[in-house]
Design a protein around this ligand. Structure first.
Ligand code: SF4
Length: 189
């Protein structure tokens, strides 16, 4: 079936089953810190929009986290605008498109930022730990780290996809939303 909408109650389950590592990391950090800086809000927010999270659910989702950190009032005043903006409801009303891998890989996260591509921006130690949490180990993990060392980040992500789903991904991963859709296709059949 065509995947067009996700509901807020399914979001944690979907994050652990079908989000690529870049989005899983942002999602976990948001849940942990109840906050993400601008780069992370853009990268995750546009991904979630393209995954099918409706505007009202997106506002509820971000508010439930941010209000634990900055309070509901400040969320409404300072952050809700940019979420509505991502959905084309404010400003120039552009319908912003989610970021492809090449854009995420070439971004330059600073200290305290959680956006970017973990294959490109994590230390090897952190990447190992993150992949371990996804259940990737042994020979698969070695192959992935080899690809990272030779700077083939999207190939490393593709190998992760294949290890996690025990299925091949012949097209290769070039977009986080493609990762999500390919994952759902496998899990829903
Ligand atoms: Fe995300 Fe693409 Fe990096 Fe995979 S290769 S973690 S989908 S940016």
């Amino acid at each position: 079936k065509e995947f067009s909408e996700i509901s807020l109650k399914d979001i944690d389950r979907l994050a652990s089953s079908s989000f690529p590592l870049c989005m899983r990391h942002l999602f976990d950090k948001l849940r942990e810190n109840h906050h993400l800086k601008h780069g992370g809000r853009m990268q995750l927010g546009l991904f979630l929009k393209a995954v099918g999270l409706k505007l009202e659910d997106a506002l509820a989702f971000w508010k439930s986290e941010f209000s634990q950190k900055v309070g509901a009032e400040r969320f409404d005043k300072e952050y809700s605008y940019s979420i509505r903006h991502n959905y084309g409801k404010e400003g120039k009303r552009t319908d912003y498109t989610p970021y492809a891998c090449h854009k995420i890989i070439s971004s330059t996260p600073s200290v305290g930022d959680h956006h970017g591509c973990p294959y490109r921006h994590f230390s090897e130690e952190n990447l190992r730990a993150a992949l371990g949490k996804m259940g990737v180990g042994g020979r698969s993990l070695d192959d992935i780290l080899d690809k990272v060392r030779s700077r083939h980040y999207q190939v490393a992500c593709t190998l992760t996809f294949e290890a996690v789903h025990a299925a091949s991904c012949d097209s290769g991963i070039n977009h986080p939303n493609q990762y999500f859709e390919a994952s759902q296709k496998i899990l829903q059949t």
